[in-house]
Design a protein around this ligand. Sequence first.
Ligand code: XIL
Length: 320
Amino acid sequence: GMVIGTIAAGGGHHADADYPDPFPDDAEYRDVLAADFSSVTPENYLKWESLRPAEGEYDFEQADAVVAWAQENGIDVRGHALFWHSQNPDWLEDGDYSAEELHAILEDHVRTVVSRYAGCIDQWDVANEIFTGDGRLRTEENIWLRELGPGILDDVFRWAHEEDPGATLFYNDYNAEGINAKTDAYYELAAAQLERGVPVGGFGAQSHLSMQYGFDDSLQANMERFDALGLKTAVTEIDVRGTVGEDGQMSPEDRAGAAERYAQVLDACLAVEGCTSFTVWGTLDEHSWVPGTFPGEGDALIMEGDYERKSSYCTLQRTL
Ligand code: XIL
């Protein structure tokens, strides 16, 4: 069945820089997660920047805490992300490694991290944001694609699958809701990989939406084509932001529109057989990455203040 998730926030750049870290500092936040959601994604704790203080070293303390807590509470975990151009440590990005060394560093990372959580993490965002909007591989920004070439993607999925054959292995990206040049590129890549036996298992539409833009309602059709390929699909990071006033809120019209958009995306996911999870990128607006990243925008999540439910929360509940 489908799971509804949120992020186990932590370690990021947020609207309120002093917000307490849920693991271990905010028991109330954890209680809300346990009560209202059946899946969590560690927001930053499984990224290279968090896990890899130095070459050859791993720091699993915070990720372990989230996974252990999820196990105790019967909650699924989405792993995010093994292969990305962003939030990599300086020692990696600025290191003067040969292609052979980078290949070994990446293989060690993927095998070490996936095997550690084998059986505990059911879905992994293996490769995150590898295509540009016009459907070209990010061969300049992404260190792995730049130095090792696109063939490395096959290896990464194979290593992950070997370490945890039970996990579903995803591609994940933003502006990947509708049918467009970017999602065409994923579709073609995944089809070609499946053809040669690469264990790609899922396609995730992040769904960072804004009321400033229209919504492409080809989401369901897009998911259906990945479904037809045999991939699971998921809404992995939804938030619906908008221009906010002094009070941090959108106009009443935009708020209502955002609630409707949440419902529309959930409806699309529910209509697709293989859409297995729907994850909101945070619970409380106070924890959201949006105001820090998109100046002037906010009000993007489904709860605010003292865990008061916004209309977007209610719309999701009604849809289910
Ligand atoms: C964001 C986090 O929420 C922030 O705390 C961090 O500062 C930057 O990254 N797409 C992704 C996520 O795949 O990892 C990003 O998360 C949001 C966009």
